[in-house]
Design a protein around this ligand. Structure first.
Ligand code: AP5
Ligand code: MG
Length: 224
């Protein structure tokens, strides 16, 4: 079986986490979301969490040297031998370069970068209504994807909360950071022929269908 080494790219609120949840079930790939990894570190008050917290609270990116090795260690692990899904990494040109060099060292390559696109107004509507479960970060939206029991996670029953960085001012700042620091990666992966675009304004099921179809084709191409 060929490897599927994937990046999910897109503005905050485009639906990266929502799609990753579905992809994990569909393809059984390990999933590494740097936002989740960092939020867990903040909760545990580890060294990484203590250093990352102030950046995250402001909606800024944490410095490249705090997060790069964390991701490289996971990719270079047994569970990621057949592939992985990265969500939220890389998001600067420096991180893209670090990932590229790490994969080269492991004699592996990226299969594709899946870009989920959504306009700023949509992102703002989504993030203001997002709720996540406290235990495992499963994601809902009060209007677009409500849980069956209001306030509680369908999957594990834990209470639903709002993320600290989903306040309107912080969301606007995160969008600015995306346009300035992460968008250049679109051009980079387009040039490399790795970019696949998805319309994130469609329903989660439609976006999932498009991604699955693309991945099925990519897998066939990898086997040729
Ligand atoms: P991170 O956790 O990665 O946040 P983000 O990129 O801002 O993305 P989000 O998680 O907000 O959005 P998403 O695309 O996953 O959307 P979701 O599926 O939840 O990063 C947080 C912070 O950590 C950063 O600000 C930074 O400080 C730090 N960090 C992380 N990685 C870093 C790195 N590599 N370098 C440096 N710093 C880093 O969906 C959003 C909402 O919309 C939900 O309510 C959902 O139900 C709803 N929804 C989803 N899809 C649809 C749809 N198709 N239609 C309608 N509603 C939808
Ligand atoms: Mg997310």
């Amino acid at each position: 079986m060929s490897e599927l080494n994937l990046i999910l790219l897109g503005p905050p609120g485009a639906g990266k986490g929502t799609q990753a949840d579905r992809l994990r079930t569909d393809f059984e790939l390990p999933y590494y979301a740097t936002g989740d990894i960092l939020r867990a570190a903040v909760k545990e008050e580890s060294d990484l969490g203590r250093q990352a917290r102030e950046y995250m609270d402001r909606g800024d990116l944490v410095p490249d040297d705090l997060i790069g090795q964390v991701v490289v260690d996971r990719i270079d692990s047994d569970e990621a031998r057949d592939g992985f899904v990265l969500d939220g990494f890389p998001r600067t040109l420096g991180q893209a370069d670090e990932l590229h060099r790490a994969l080269e060292g492991l004699e592996r390559h990226l299969t594709a970068t899946l870009l989920i696109e959504a306009p700023d107004e949509e992102v703002i509507r989504r993030l203001s209504g997002r709720r996540v479960c406290r235990d495992n970060g499963h994601t809902y939206h009060v209007e677009f994807d409500p849980p069956k029991n209001e306030g509680f996670c369908d999957q594990d029953g834990s209470v639903l909360v709002q993320r600290d960085d989903d306040k309107l001012e912080t969301v606007k700042h995160r969008l600015g950071v995306f346009h300035e620091q992460t968008k250049p990666l679109v051009e980079l992966y387009e040039k490399d022929g790795l970019l696949r675009r998805f319309d994130g304004t469609r329903s989660p099921e439609e976006v999932n269908g498009h991604i699955r179809a693309t991945l099925a084709t990519l897998r066939l191409e990898e086997q040729l």
